[in-house]
Ligand binder design. Structure first.
Ligand SMILES: [Zn+2]
Length: 283
């Protein structure tokens, strides 16, 4: 049985599922969840209505070894294929039953590169966007799964599986793996989402605290050659002008075809791995 903690009220309401460490080395979600499990256990917090299920260490073995995964990226195999020789496949099988039982899914991650917090709202539907906004995360990335449509890469992540059951889900990238700030971001978004749905009474961020920035992901670039290098040390959400050189090397020069933004640049991407993405701002 995957480690999980459920707290509920007798009054009807949403059942919200929070996941930590779907990738074992991304521990901010686990730490934030541990905090809330403790608060609920010690009755410092109460559920007013509905219920919450916390799964702090979905990929427990990877968590213990502080690695992304053991055999395979769990967040690519949340589907109906099952392979008993893959450790993560067993987790996926059980995780699906938890997702199916929930009304809302929130998957907490962190990144290797330095980044501001961001939330992936993968499906262009009102309930999905509402959940993204409820998280209180300023930077919202839209359209993610569509850029993989022609690449032959199945995403098969937690939110896609939830989507297949018509359950709104978001993935939050809270910050860099070892940045303590990422734990604070995870905690804040848990509070925001629980409060927004009336599960707890807490002050939530005021809507006037910030304006959201929306980005539409448009294209993914894979690394073809390790000698291909970025033209400069790009950071996530860097603005790029039409015609600007993004990268250069044996595979040729990569230019930006329009004004836009660099998303998730990965200096140390391996060959055939995702290297960076391009997107545009949506007003
Ligand atoms: Zn992750």
């Amino acid at each position: 049985m995957l480690e999980n903690y459920k707290f509920s009220s007798k009054i009807k309401g949403k059942n919200i599922l929070f996941l930590g460490s779907v990738h074992g080395n991304e521990k901010c979600g686990s730490q934030a969840i541990d905090f809330f499990v403790d608060q609920f256990k010690r009755k410092k917090l109460f559920i007013n209505k509905g219920s919450v299920v916390f799964m702090p260490r979905v990929n427990k073995l990877a968590y213990q070894k502080n690695v992304r995964y053991i055999d395979y990226n769990l967040n690519r195999i949340i589907n109906d294929n099952f392979d008993a020789s893959i450790y993560e496949s067993m987790i996926a099988k059980e995780l699906k039953t938890f997702i199916k039982k929930s009304d809302i899914l929130v998957d907490l991650h962190s990144m290797e590169a330095k980044t501001v917090p961001m939330v992936f709202v993968d499906y262009d539907k009102p309930k999905w966007l509402e959940l993204g906004l409820a998280s209180g995360i300023k930077h919202i990335i839209l359209n993610w799964p569509n850029i993989y449509k022609h690449g032959g890469l199945g995403v098969a992540d937690t939110t896609k599986y939830a989507m297949s059951k018509n359950i709104p889900g978001i993935t939050i990238e809270c910050g860099q793996h070892k940045d303590r700030g990422s734990v604070a971001v995870a905690r804040k978004s848990i509070i925001n989402i629980l409060s927004y749905h009336g599960l707890i009474n807490q002050d939530i961020m005021s809507k006037s605290d910030y304006k959201n920035n929306f980005y539409v992901a448009e294209k993914v670039f894979f690394r073809k050659n390790l000698k291909d290098k970025f033209h400069k040390n790009w950071k996530n959400f860097d603005f790029i002008k039409k015609g600007q050189v993004i990268a250069n090397g044996p595979s040729g020069k990569i230019l930006s075809l329009k004004d836009g933004y660099i998303l998730l640049p990965k200096n140390n991407a391996k060959i055939k791995d995702e290297w960076f993405y391009l997107g545009v701002r949506k007003k």
